[in-house]
Every structure is written in structure tokens, then in C-alpha cells.
Design a protein around this ligand. Structure first.
Ligand code: UDP
Ligand code: MG
Length: 347
């Protein structure tokens, strides 16, 4: 039911934000059952060793949330196994403000798992994943909500540039999106992170996806729904440093590829066919040449090169198999995505 409505909304775009629940020209009633004028907004935030950013975070985010008309809010903070003072500071804020809740995980499960936990715990009608380091500017929250009121299910915040990234990160991100979208049926929008607004319905859809290895950007794209975009400039981190080393980012990219495409697996069939055809052609050539000119002994260098090259290609193929088999193995254990140690703050 909602799909039909959503498609209509994307096609036309409701022009009057004050009339989100009115029937459209074709008599279709606008998107979800949520009352868009009095809603609970859940800001969901993973924290990992963010003691330096926490006070800035609440200082800037709380007034911003209070200023959004027609919404109440809760801030769901997930402590992703921080080893610094993060948990204590979060509890301090939760004790002062009943709109703040803290979910303490048993260890560091990684951002994707922490974000899943936060979305699972959120009770809002609309949910906005947000970074603790204020790289997503707080004033954008209001714009996401305003866009949502025009009648969408998802509003993604798209970065207008990557100036706040190092050139190598910007370059590798571009490469990832281009390559991923070239080989995968599922297209992940470029320069869109986890910062977005989703409705409860979309969150429930996400919860139905059973995989325990969660590449959120891909899962968000996979569930679909009527999606709008707003542009923003991503800020540099307010304090502390990034939790993602180049090695972590590389593995994150591999996770993205293997989660949504089997082309890296299947391509070896074609590589094999091309190499085998080449080998057959060369064999035929050698037979003919031997018949005409007899046996000639030289050729060890080319032989060694061919053996090494093929050995390398085979090892790459086996490595790719390993990537997938490793993931099948881990996925097959059906372990939970995260474990909660304790919840703090009112509920
Ligand atoms: N984060 C987390 N668990 C991790 C790594 C990061 O919860 O294992 C959180 C981190 O505290 C921050 C968000 O994920 O709120 C984004 O992390 P970061 O700013 O380091 O990533 P970047 O912006 O550099 O990609
Ligand atoms: Mg950051």
C-alpha cells in the first residue's frame, strides 16, 4: 500500500508542506500513518572513545532539537565499548536530561553494529542516525525533518563536497562508489553516509533483514522507500580523531562489495575461459611450429613467467573465494549483532 503512495509522492513531490496528509490529485492519500505534526524524533548516536566530543555534542545538539517545531525528541546514545571516559560522561548527561538514554554495549562491536543497536532501541516515529563528532552539522536535522514533512519516508543528507576529507580518503571513497555501483545491482548513492532521516516503518523494515554482518549504507539502500535528498557540507571533526584507519576502511569497502555483489566470485569463470583459450591457441601454434621446424629448447624464461602469472591469478581467485567463504562462515553462526550490558536513563 505504502509503496504505491510513495511512488506517487516521489513523482510529484508535494508542494505544500502544510498538507502532508491530504489526498493527491489522483486521490491517493499521502505517505505513512504517522502524524507529521506531533512526532517523536529519535536522534541515534554511536559513541566510541568520544570523551572529547561529548560536551560539545550536547551543547550544540540539544538546543537545535528543541527548536524544531512539532517534534519531541529523545537522544539514544550507544556506547560502543569505549575505553575512555565516554560512558561516565554519557550517564552524567542522561541523569540530567530525561530525553537522553544510554545503551552500553558489552564491548566494541564496530560502528555498523552500534548503529543497528541504536536503531533497534529507538522509539521515535522518525529516526536520525548521527555522528558524535558533529561532522554532521546539527542545523541539518531541522532541514531533514522539513523535507520529510513534504511526504517522504527517507531523507538522505548528501555531501556537496569532500573538502573535509583527506585527498586519499576522498579519492578512495569515489573509487569505492564507482566500482561498487558498476558491479552491483544495488546502487549505493554517492557521497551519502549514515546521516539521514528514516521513518519508523523503514526502521522496522531494516530490522527484518536477518544478516548479522551489517553494511548499513547498503541495507539503507536495499530497503528502498520514497527517498528525498538534501545537500550539506560535512564539517571537520570537532575534537578527537577518526576511528577508521586506512586498513579498516579497506575492510569496510570489502564488506560492502561482498555484501551486495557476487560478481567478484563469478568473474573467475570468465578469466579462466580467456586464459584457457589463449593457452589452447598457443599450444596449437607450438605444435605447428614443432612440426615445421623441430624442437627448440630455449624458452624457460617465458615458461617461468607464464607459470608465475597463472599461479598469481589462481591465488587471487582463491583469495576472493576465501573472502566470501569467510563471510558465509561468520554469518552461518547466527550470532547476535551486538550485546547490551545495561541501559541508563528513563524509558
Ligand atoms: N564509532 C563507533 N564504533 C566504532 C567506530 C566509530 O561507534 O568502532 C562511532 C564514532 O564514535 C562516531 C561515528 O561512529 O560517532 C563515526 O566515527 P568517525 O568519526 O571516527 O568516522 P569518520 O567520520 O572518520 O568516518
Ligand atoms: Mg567522523
Amino acid at each position: 500500500m505504502d509503496n504505491v503512495q510513495s511512488v506517487t509522492l516521489v513523482g510529484e513531490g508535494l508542494s505544500d508542506p502544510a498538507l502532508p496528509k491530504m489526498a493527491g490529485a489522483d486521490g491517493v492519500v499521502a505517505a505513512s500513518a504517522v502524524d507529521r505534526s506531533d512526532v517523536l524524533l529519535s536522534l541515534v548516536v554511536p559513541f566510541y572513545n568520544e570523551e572529547e566530543t561529548i560536551s560539545h555534542f550536547f551543547e550544540q545538539v540539544v538546543p537545535e532539537l528543541e527548536s524544531i517545531p512539532g517534534t519531541r525528541f529523545e537522544i539514544v546514545c550507544v556506547n560502543d565499548g569505549s575505553r575512555d571516559d565516554t560512558l561516565r560522561l554519557l550517564i552524567l548527561f542522561a541523569n540530567k536530561d530525561e530525553r537522553v538514554r544510554v545503551i552500553d554495549l558489552t564491548r566494541n562491536f564496530g560502528k555498523e553494529a552500534a548503529l543497528s543497536a541504536a536503531i533497534d532501541e529507538a522509539e521515535g516515529d522518525i529516526i536520525i542516525p548521527f555522528d558524535a563528532d558533529l561532522q554532521d552539522p546539527p542545523y541539518m536535522i531541522k532541514q531533514l525533518v522539513a523535507k520529510w514533512r513534504e511526504g517522504y519516508d527517507v531523507v538522505v543528507a548528501k555531501r556537496s563536497d569532500r573538502l573535509s576529507d583527506s585527498p586519499s580518503k576522498a579519492w578512495s571513497a569515489l573509487l569505492f562508489y564507482r566500482l561498487h555501483n558498476a558491479v552491483s545491482d544495488l546502487k549505493i548513492p554517492e557521497n551519502v553516509g549514515d546521516f539521514r532521516l528514516i521513518t519508523r516503518e523503514v526502521a522496522e523494515a531494516l530490522k527484518r533483514l536477518p544478516e548479522t554482518r551489517r553494511f548499513m549504507k547498503g541495507l539503507f539502500a536495499w530497503v528502498g522507500y520514497a527517498t528525498a535528498e538534501v545537500e550539506y557540507a560535512r564539517e571537520p571533526r570537532i575534537a578527537g580523531e577518526t576511528k577508521f584507519s586506512p586498513w579498516k576502511l579497506w575492510n569496510f569497502a570489502l564488506e560492502g562489495f561482498t555484501s551486495f555483489s557476487t560478481l567478484p566470485l563469478r568473474i573467475w569463470t570468465y578469466v579462466g575461459i580467456v586464459v584457457a583459450l589463449f593457452a589452447l591457441a598457443r599450444a596449437a601454434f607450438l605444435v605447428i611450429r614443432t612440426l615445421l621446424y623441430g624442437v627448440d629448447v630455449p624458452g624457460y624464461a617465458s615458461l617461468a613467467t607464464a607459470v608465475l602469472l597463472l599461479g598469481g591469478i589462481q591465488l587471487i581467485g582463491i583469495g576472493v573465494l576465501g573472502e566470501y567463504i569467510g563471510r558465509i562462515y561468520l554469518e552461518s553462526k547466527r550470532r547476535p549483532v551486538y550485546l547490551i550490558k545495561r541501559r541508563y536513563g528513563s524509558k
